[in-house]
Design a protein around this ligand. Structure first.
Ligand code: PAF
Length: 286
């Protein structure tokens, strides 16, 4: 496995592979790799000739009050995990390699969806995400990039960015959220939860499951599902509900009724971490 730190070396390596006819899969990460990341890498490994993992804690997607400085970093363990998973190349650049001073890089506009939910809670977040993902696509030239379902709004916006720029030639593959036995979605930030918070953190999954069960049983009123989710999370002593909503999968806008593919989404703040999660809402049993 190659460890590369410069943009020029990444571009040269992936260009060489593509010239030789190999397909390149990209798994973009901010490191602190867990089983969720490993599932993305395994999918890429199974589908593509060459697999690139990027490890970069992107300062542009953190607000001034957020946890950029304390975001979990574990490069040695991440490299070992990548090697075990059969990754061909890890790109672990400095900020200057990603954002060279004085160079005007493409800055895709997340549009109105970028200002809702995660974008409302974290102003500027999606501008930062799209800028770094666009840069990663430019340097790596992947035919496929792999994103986890947990960050579903991010995945929606990345797909829309790619659709607006077909020349990028990249397909976005969504991979299922990996969960602990309690239902808690794996996230690098879970490491911050105290044992008591971790125990209560499954309230997000419980709320989503309850909404999904009611949808399966025939409930079509999104407000009813939202109220159920808010009640479940609101009853959890250490959780403060940020939002609970049902969105239309095609537009990522609030759905009033469940008459098209929809997704329940939630976010809650615990004393040591803010968590997000989501589940697709099933069609009613006929
Ligand atoms: O999902 C993440 O880990 C990040 O938002 C990403 C896609 C690697 C961009 O920094």
């Amino acid at each position: 496995m190659d460890l590369i730190r410069t943009a020029a070396d990444l571009r040269a390596a992936t260009e060489g592979w593509r010239t030789a006819g190999a397909s390149v899969g990209l798994v973009p990460t901010m490191g602190a790799l867990h089983a969720g990341h490993r599932s993305l890498i395994q999918r890429a490994r199974g589908e593509r000739d060459r697999v690139v993992v990027s490890i970069f804690v992107n300062p542009l997607q953190f607000g001034p009050e957020e946890d950029l400085e304390t975001y979990p970093r574990s490069e040695a363990a991440d490299l070992a995990a990548s090697e075990r998973e059969g990754v061909d190349l890890v790109w672990a650049p400095s900020v200057e390699e990603v954002y060279p001073p004085g160079v005007d890089l493409p800055a895709p506009d997340p549009g109105p969806v970028g200002k809702t939910f995660e974008g409302a809670a974290r102003p500027g977040h999606f501008e930062g995400v799209l800028k770094v993902v666009r840069r990663l696509f430019d340097l790596t030239g992947p035919s496929v990039a792999y994103f986890g379902d947990k960050d579903v709004q991010q995945r929606f916006l990345v797909r829309r960015m790619v659709a607006a720029e077909p020349g990028l030639g990249v397909t976005i593959v969504a991979c299922p959220t990996v969960r602990e036995g309690s239902g808690l979605a794996l996230s690098s930030r879970n490491a911050r939860l105290t044992p008591e918070e971790r125990q209560q953190a499954s309230c997000l999954f419980l709320a989503l499951t309850e909404a999904a069960e009611h949808a399966r049983a025939g409930e079509r009123d999104a407000q009813v599902l939202v109220a159920l989710m808010a009640r479940e999370i609101g009853a959890t002593t250490l959780a403060r509900l940020d939002y609970a909503a049902v969105v239309d999968e095609a537009t990522f806008t609030v759905a009033a009724t469940i008459d098209a593919p929809s997704r329940a989404i939630v976010a809650a703040r615990f004393p040591h971490a803010r968590l997000i999660d989501n589940l697709p809402l099933p069609a009613p049993i006929a």
